[in-house]
Write a protein that binds this ligand. Structure first.
Ligand SMILES: [Zn+2]
Length: 184
């Protein structure tokens, strides 16, 4: 079967079942994605040419803190969606608003996150231009933090993060899934 390229809205003529990447309306089948039309004995589907893992509301993602803007918005790069195989293209960014960082009041985003930290976050809203994330849950927040002074990885000591090199604590909104616990 020759490969055929389709774009969203293209009519797909088939007597077979419709798989991922297609939808049916008024008895007519259409492509929902840009991609390659695939066909086997039973089913037709579209394999996306853009290997984007779609981010959905309610998904848990792992992201790196890229920038903190005016203490009110944290810009993060989404590295992966938990439970999905493929990694996202690197241009997928999300934002965490200061009020969505922790359950209580957070005045300054930089009190809880530092650039370079790796966070676990949940997708609240997917908007046309923005993915809005939250780290309020107990399992959400920093899972890998780096000392703001020496860049060493921080260890969890009690319920706080500690730098062994600088012999000091650093404040973060820490996830209970923090990767490195003291003594491990
Ligand atoms: Zn340090």
């Amino acid at each position: 079967m020759a490969e055929k390229f389709v774009i969203p809205g293209d009519v797909v003529k088939t007597q077979k079942g419709t798989g991922p990447g297609l939808y049916t309306e008024n008895g007519q089948t259409y492509a929902a994605l840009a991609g390659i039309l695939k066909e086997d004995d039973k089913m037709v589907s579209v394999e996306s040419i853009n290997p984007l893992v779609e981010v959905h509301e309610g998904d848990t993602v792992i992201a790196s803190v890229e920038a903190i803007k005016g203490e009110k918005v944290v810009l993060v790069k989404i590295l992966k969606v938990v439970g999905k195989q493929r990694t996202l293209p690197t241009e997928d960014y999300g934002v965490i608003r200061v009020m969505d960082i922790a359950p209580g009041y957070t005045e300054k985003a930089s009190d809880e996150f530092k650039v370079g930290d790796i966070v676990k976050a949940e997708v609240m809203y997917v908007l046309p231009d923005d993915i809005i994330l939250t780290t309020k849950g107990p399992n959400l927040g920093v899972i890998e933090g780096y000392c703001s002074r020496c860049r060493s990885i921080l260890r969890m000591k009690g319920d706080r993060l500690f730098c062994d090199i600088c012999d000091r604590f650093e404040r973060r909104k820490v996830s209970r899934d923090y990767l490195i616990k003291k003594g491990e």
